[in-house]
Ligand binder design. Structure first.
Ligand SMILES: [Zn+2]
Length: 203
């Protein structure tokens, strides 16, 4: 692509680095910004920088958060006898969208995958163990493993239930209703909501 301006070329190259955006789409977005008020581009840039520099991870569950504790952990109306273990923040959003779950979460930050070189120590598993062992957390009664029904998800679930066994908690899984090999975030809300309500004991 030949550009009439080096500044436009640089902007297009940066936007095209985002996933799912090719050079053509990037050019369309850049030209769109050029047509709009300068202020709008400034707001977009400021918002992105603020998001990137200020967003934190919840100290308790590792969900994305603006504060030390995320809005879910900080909400006294959530049921703190339940912890739902998920791969990443997108799964928290998907489950929250079902409006069927009122417990807490624990975000692993990935999934065990020998192929991609991700082992248990790369994930927030130790902090879950510590969380359960903390004196103020004696109220946790059930751990729900809400992991994708893939080989990696199964490996992670197996590892977790071995690791959590000493705590004598109820361990359940939401496998039912989610298509085998499917991704949790792509499951429709009704299916995902139902699979949380009708969870089954992990075997
Ligand atoms: Zn949290």
């Amino acid at each position: 692509m030949e550009f009439p301006s080096r500044l436009i070329e640089e902007a297009v190259n940066e936007v095209a680095k985002l996933p799912g955006i090719g050079k053509k789409t990037a050019l369309r977005l850049v030209l769109h910004l050029l047509k709009r008020d300068e202020e709008q581009t400034q707001t977009l840039a400021d918002t992105l920088v603020a998001m990137r520099t200020k967003v934190k991870y919840c100290q308790k569950c590792h969900n994305l958060s603006d504060n030390d504790l995320c809005t879910i952990c900080a909400n006294p109306r959530r049921d703190n006898s339940l912890i739902c273990v998920v791969e990443d923040t997108r799964d928290v959003l998907a489950i929250e969208n079902t409006a069927q779950y009122k417990g807490l979460y624990h975000v692993l930050g990935g999934i065990i995958s020998p192929v991609e070189g991700v082992g248990p120590s790369d994930l927030h598993i130790e902090s879950l163990v510590q969380r359960l062992g903390a004196v103020d957390n004696e109220q946790v009664k059930e751990i729900i493993l809400a992991l994708s029904p893939t080989m990696e998800g199964d490996t992670t679930a197996f590892y977790l239930q071995k690791k959590l066994r000493p705590f004598k908690l109820k361990i359940s899984t939401i496998a039912r209703g989610i298509p085998i090999g499917g991704d949790l975030e792509y499951a429709d809300e009704v299916t995902l909501g139902r699979s949380i309500l009708s969870r089954i004991a992990y075997e």
